[in-house]
Design a binder for this molecule. Structure first.
Ligand code: ADP
Ligand code: ADP
Length: 236
């Protein structure tokens, strides 16, 4: 039950120009539902590019990318957007919360974007998620009134609001102190455990990577090492 499958995926920038560069050189990768996987590698190795491809924000130049059973090459842009909305939750290093909206409204945004309306069910779920991340008392506050760690927890609640099968997290703890980073990491881990959402997390923190099921390392656009898979207590 792979939620994600890449076969020979390549990505080039500036195609057809004198500065055409291939930055991903044939990536093979499979992620099953329930897996919690770290993606590491030096700056410039292609981590963000890979996450953008998997997140359906950019298309591969070659190779096959299958998300939740859908071969993405066969989908037009509108279908990709729909698949992204229903399948993938994003958490970024800089949370990209909208400053003029409350925490609750920020968590409701994916529902509004995807369904055009925040239903009472979506509101109840957003409130429940904020409570779960420890922000039950801060729902009406705007991002500027919250600490960095709290803002990142709002971003996680937002990413989880549509119950994604796959969570993509690009250095979600990169700008947090150790205690806040641990709390944010554990929230993602708990959601992975309780709801079986697969998670691919870019991290430079070896401490956090060691707590994932598997570590994938990118160097110069290639997967160089895949740490031995640990038994995953979540996998039946
Ligand atoms: P981008 O994806 O935009 O190219 P990177 O993923 O390379 O950026 O880096 C994101 C952030 O992590 C940057 O702020 C960068 O300074 C920091 N960073 C990059 N490499 C390391 C590293 N090895 N250790 C700690 N921080 C790093
Ligand atoms: P990482 O996230 O590991 O730091 P990136 O995926 O950001 O790596 O970058 C991988 C390589 O691709 C780098 O050499 C970077 O300069 C290049 N790159 C990234 N985005 C673009 C782009 N839009 N156009 C051209 N080159 C890019």
């Amino acid at each position: 039950d792979a939620v994600l499958q890449l076969d020979g995926v390549r990505k080039s920038y500036n195609v057809g120009t004198p500065v055409e560069t291939e930055v991903l050189h044939g990536i093979d990768l499979s992620l099953s539902a329930h897996e919690f996987v770290a993606l590491t590698g030096p700056s410039g190795s292609g981590k963000s590019t890979l996450l953008n491809l998997i997140g359906l924000l950019e298309r591969p130049s070659a190779g096959r990318l299958v998300i939740d059973g859908h071969d993405t090459a066969a989908l037009d842009d509108a279908a990709l957007t729909a698949l992204r909305g229903h399948t993938i939750g994003f958490v970024f290093q800089y949370h990209h919360l909208l400053p003029a909206f409350t925490a609750l409204e920020n968590v409701l945004l994916p529902s509004i974007i995807t369904h055009g309306v925040a239903t009472p069910e979506a509101e109840a779920r957003a409130a429940e998620l904020l409570t779960r991340v420890g922000l039950g008392a801060a729902m009406a506050k705007r991002p500027g009134e919250l600490s960095g760690g709290m803002q990142q927890r709002v971003a996680i609640a937002r990413a989880l609001s549509l119950r994604p099968r796959l969570i993509l997290a690009d250095e979600p703890t990169g700008n947090l102190d150790t205690a806040s980073a641990d709390a944010v990491f554990e929230l993602l881990r708990a959601f992975n455990r309780d709801h079986g959402s697969a998670c691919l997390i870019v991290t430079h923190d070896p401490r956090l990577a060691a707590r994932c099921d598997r570590i994938i390392e990118l160097v110069d656009g290639r997967i160089v090492g895949e740490a031995e898979r640990r038994p995953n207590p979540n996998t039946p």
